[in-house]
Design a binder for this molecule. Structure first.
Ligand code: DON
Length: 314
């Protein structure tokens, strides 16, 4: 097994490794696609892609790479970076904690002492984070969010209107969380605008390669390795990766840290984005989810990639 030190020596067969994992897990039929957002239930469960982008800009990929899907919870990582840039670490910490929950991503729970949502990766914390995004009105806030995604991805991005409206009209649980946080003064009065922005950020369309470039940007201290653009200030990379590491996989975060050992974030779209600092970004897309809302094939592929390439940080 390779160690991080000799990762360079395994880059050449990287394509062979992901091809192998792709054919190994294509036939795995476990999990169910998310259906609590009606539009997401329409996805083909057989779609499957894996992409790795190294910090020097090499791309290794296999599968349904051109298929566009909505980014969902993976967006929370990037919105957190923008909120940190808008307000600084100290202020953001007064509104959103950094403790793993051990609960489901949509649990309606706030910290008993501070009334803060526990972390920015669960829905409550992500709604609070998005409420911090600056801008004079809904359009400017959305445009700032889209510009931020563009820096990470390297091209314009768009919101899938069907998924956005589907979630806006059914997202009562998220709306309940927003009202609870308004009650405790954790978010401001303008909750419908912030909820819209949250649903829009979740409905940003990406493909598997886009996710891998975003992951590689985080691995590369905030600089997109393809365009060389600084997507987020370097000083916030450690904040972002720390909450990804401890909270990014929800109530599977501990087992993930133990077995895979790298910061990651999943979404109910079936995407997983993982970061090997200073080395590479990894993305897997496969819609069927386990009971915690993580992609079944995505978890398996990352576990094996970590083992075969020696990616665990410790
Ligand atoms: O707010 C929601 O429920 C979705 N827009 C995002 C949830 C999500 O992706 C959780 N991930 N596993």
């Amino acid at each position: 097994m390779a160690t991080q030190g000799d990762l360079e020596t395994v880059l050449l067969p990287l394509l062979e490794v992901i091809k192998d994992l792709h054919s190994q897990y294509q036939s795995l039929k476990e999990g169910t696609v998310a259906n609590y957002i009606p539009e997401l239930a329409k996805v083909n469960p057989d779609l499957f892609s894996i992409c790795i982008v190294t910090v020097d800009g090499q791309i290794y990929e296999i599968g349904d790479l051109e298929h566009l899907f909505t980014i969902q919870s993976i967006s929370k990582v990037f919105a957190y970076g923008l909120a940190l840039e808008d307000h600084g670490r100290d202020y953001v910490l007064t509104r959103v904690g950094v403790e793993p929950t051990g609960d489901a991503f949509n649990a309606i729970i706030l910290d008993e002492q501070s009334n803060r949502p526990l972390n920015p990766m669960v829905n409550a914390g992500a709604i609070a984070t998005t409420s911090l995004i600056k801008g004079a009105g809904a359009t400017e806030r959305l445009n700032r969010m889209l510009d931020m995604f563009k820096r990470y991805i390297g091209h314009d991005v768009f919101v899938d209107i069907s998924v956005f409206t589907s979630e806006r009209s059914t997202g009562h649980r998220n709306r309940a969380m927003a009202h609870l946080m308004l009650n405790f003064g954790m978010i401001d009065q303008n909750i419908e605008e912030s909820l819209d922005l949250y649903f829009q950020q979740c409905a940003v369309m990406v493909n598997c390669r886009d996710l891998a470039v975003m992951a590689a940007t985080l691995a590369n201290k905030g600089i997109n390795p393809i365009t060389q653009e600084q997507a987020v200030k370097k000083t916030y990379i450690k904040d972002i990766l720390s909450v990804m590491y401890t909270c990014g996989m929800y109530n599977f975060a501990g087992e993930w840290a133990y077995k895979v050992g790298i910061p990651a974030k999943s979404g109910v779209c079936g995407g997983i984005l993982a970061v090997v600092p200073q080395k590479m970004g990894i993305a897997v897309f496969s819609p069927p989810l386990d009971r915690r809302g993580n992609s079944v094939r995505g978890v398996k592929v990352c576990e094996e990639l970590s083992q075969r390439l020696g990616l665990h940080l410790f």
